[in-house]
Write a protein that binds this ligand. Structure first.
Ligand code: NOJ
Ligand code: CA
Length: 675
């Protein structure tokens, strides 16, 4: 167990026992008096409000549920108990963006009980940080009921100020793979979380959830004006959630910050609201970069299906293993290695076999060959959404993976939203949502089965990330947004602002397997809308502990100068700093390598070129560094001159200020080698 408790302090600070005004029945303030949450009771209804430095952020917003049978749990409530506590702990991540994470909050627990029959009761627990708020409902055992069926959660979020929102639609066919909308808040319909907003006064707020366990994912439906209500992903039975009492909901989270950079840096709040590591020692997982038989499949020069174009052949895989060994990549992903790809697999994965390879893929010999070269094959389990079918095989598949040294598996759930196949005990097939309660449970079953065999999981077409990597550190990455594959065939393709949108929305939730590094900048009959330097910068900007060098070996051979950065950049960090940024416009990250004193910088912009002055204050004072700079050339532009690119080395120190010039659609990547 590498979790390391540095300090725990329990005090009784931060609680106002007296109501702040007439209706307020309880309140709690963050450790440094930045954020206050107040609980109001009004004619038996309970609501919460959030203020920052005394200014309203969230106006009174309702709490409650629609329960099957016993009806609405929302009225005739009284406060029957309240208590508070403070918590301050620093813990160590086995891998991540920051090695140490501080978890410092004040907590309020309020018990609300119905004054009329059936006298149901629940606790609402608020954890208030200087950077935001998490709250959840806890349901104790109730007289006369052993389980509750939730037809709707009635939690509201009423923004106090007009704002601009960055959001993607929820409850639509394409899961999470939409281009981000930037609209006035009052034009949002139903959004996935994280949803990020910037008020007209410049306050940045992100809405999300933490620890989505045995519950349905939360969408945000705008009910009127600036008021949103939780809308839970449906279950096939017609309800949203069915749980045995006692139970609690996931945490509903609000990150609140003055700037886009601070908003990103507040994301550890999501991890902090998750339970500590349940898996013990996970040092068997090694964060690393990988290559694979993948981009060729999306270009359609090779195929997943067997036959003349089959990508996953023994000879082709050997070529990739050799390439990985030569250039220092730990992993080789191979898609299309198993039976099941020859027919119609999209949304119908009944033919997939996860324990057998196709006849032209000698998995035993290839694993041995990889091992002899210090490389590991990366497994691929595309389910085509036949999830029960997959669950029947996964224990055997992970056992085989362990035997063959395949310690990372990429999973996939390709089908339209709502198309997840679940087989009931009597053999009937029902269809679930990717983010419904049943499929949330499926992902944890996969993690537990994989952990038994020391296998880490990288989920595509996943459920959103809610920080469960703290509890299950073998859940190392996932997709859950439009990735680089849209550059191959997307209609439309990812525009130049896509990645700067991702940083301040999707990336707040956790690692993404974006698969950058397409230095050929060429999709299937369309070009990728970035410069070369931006492809490099993405390795620092879009965090993942498994990071793909996604282009073909023959394309890297044509760009060896730029490729050097991809070979050098690590996938595990001891510290992360966001140096500047605006949502959807630009961002600059500095990250310190977990295994050396080197630092890395990545800066990207949208369709607008810009010049940024970046103080190198993050470097160790008094130390000299060789900055290996990979930047856009003078004439570079994502549309006209994406290959214009320059490399320069110069000596720098923490006292220097770098002028970083980003071309339209461009970027810059720097390695600072400590001397
Ligand atoms: C979609 C995934 O995002 C992609 O990476 C994969 O190649 C295909 N599904 C096939 O599994
Ligand atoms: Ca923009």
């Amino acid at each position: 167990m590498r979790l390391w408790l540095l300090s725990i302090v329990l005090t009784a600070a931060g609680f106002a026992a007296l109501p702040l005004h007439a209706e307020t029945v309880a309140s709690v303030t963050s450790p440094n008096d930045v954020i206050t949450v107040e609980l109001d009771l009004h004619e038996g209804r309970v609501g919460y409000r959030v203020e920052r430095f005394g200014e309203a952020v969230i106006d009174t917003s309702a709490l409650g549920f629609m329960l099957r049978g016993s009806g609405k749990l929302e009225r005739n409530l009284e406060l029957t108990a309240q208590s508070g506590r403070s918590f301050d702990e620093t813990w160590e991540q086995p891998w991540g963006e920051d090695r140490y994470v501080r978890n410092h909050y004040n907590e309020l627990r309020a018990t609300l009980t119905e004054t009329v029959a059936p006298n149901r009761s629940f606790d609402v627990v608020f954890r208030v940080y200087d950077e935001g708020v998490g709250f959840r409902y806890e349901f104790p055992e109730q007289a006369g009921a052993s389980e509750w069926i939730i037809d709707d959660e009635l939690t509201e979020f009423a923004l106090a100020q007009p704002a601009t929102a960055w959001w993607i639609p929820a409850g639509e066919w394409n899961r999470y793979e939409y281009l981000y909308n930037r609209t006035p808040l009052n034009q949002v319909t139903t959004a996935h979380t994280p949803m990020t907003v910037r008020t007209d006064d410049g306050l940045h707020i992100a809405f999300h959830e933490a620890a989505l366990v045995d519950y349905a994912g939360m969408w945000l439906r705008r009910t009127d004006g600036r008021r949103f209500r939780a809308q839970l992903a449906p279950a096939s039975e017609g309800w949203k959630v069915r749980r045995t009492l006692p139970f609690h909901t996931p945490w509903r989270t609000l990150q609140i910050a003055d700037s886009a950079a601070a908003l990103y840096e507040s994301s550890n709040l999501i991890l902090n609201l998750n339970e500590p590591n349940k898996l013990g020692d996970v040092s068997w997982f090694e964060p690393a970069n990988y290559v694979g038989i993948w981009w060729s499949l999306h270009l359609e020069t090779e195929s997943w299906a067997t036959g003349k174009k089959h990508g996953a052949t023994t000879a082709n895989t050997k070529r990739y293993i050799d390439f990985a060994a030569e250039h220092g990549f730990r992993g080789v992903l191979v898609e299309g290695w198993n039976p099941g790809w020859d027919g119609q697999w999209f949304g119908n994965g009944y033919d997939f076999d996860f324990t057998k390879a196709t006849p032209d893929f000698d998995i035993e010999a290839l694993s041995a060959y990889a091992k002899s070269k210090g490389v590991h094959l990366i497994g691929h389990h595309e389910t085509g959404c036949a999830v029960s079918h997959y669950e029947e095989q996964m224990a055997d598949a992970f056992a085989m993976n362990e035997r063959l040294g395949i310690d990372v598996v990429k999973t996939g759930y390709v089908c339209d939203a709502g198309g997840i196949e679940r087989r009931l005990p009597d053999g009937t097939i029902t269809r679930e949502w990717h983010d419904g309660q049943w499929n949330a449970g499926h992902h944890l079953r996969v993690l537990e089965a994989a952990a038994k065999h020391h296998v880490a999981i990288n989920t595509h077409e996943p459920i959103k990330d809610t920080g469960l990597r703290r509890t299950y550190p073998n859940w190392v990455s996932r997709e859950g947004a439009r990735g680089m594959e849209y550059g191959a065939w997307g209609n439309p393709t990812n525009p130049p602002e896509h990645e700067v949108n991702l940083v301040f929305t999707r990336m707040l939730s956790g690692p993404m397997d974006y698969t950058p590094g397409i230095l050929s900048l060429q999709g299937r009959g369309q070009t990728i809308q970035t410069t070369i330097a931006k492809q490099l910068a993405l390795y620092v900007v879009l965090y993942s502990p498994v990071q793909m060098a996604a282009d073909l070996p023959e394309n890297y051979a044509k760009h060896m100068d730029a490729f050097q950065f991809i070979k050098d950049v690590p996938a595990d960090w001891s510290r992360t700093e966001v140096l500047n940024g605006e949502v959807g416009d630009y961002v600059t990250f500095a990250r310190q390598d977990r295994n050396s004193d080197d630092w890395y910088l990545g800066s990207i912009t949208d369709e607008n070129g810009r010049v940024l002055e970046v103080p190198l204050a993050f470097l160790e004072p008094g130390r000299s560094y060789m900055a290996q700079i990979y930047r856009d050339g003078e004439r570079a532009h994502w549309e006209d001159a994406p290959f214009e690119f320059e490399r320069e080395s110069r000596e720098v120190s923490s006292a220097d200020v770098l002028t970083i010039r980003l071309a339209a659609g461009g970027g810059q990547a720097i390695r600072f080698v400590a001397r």
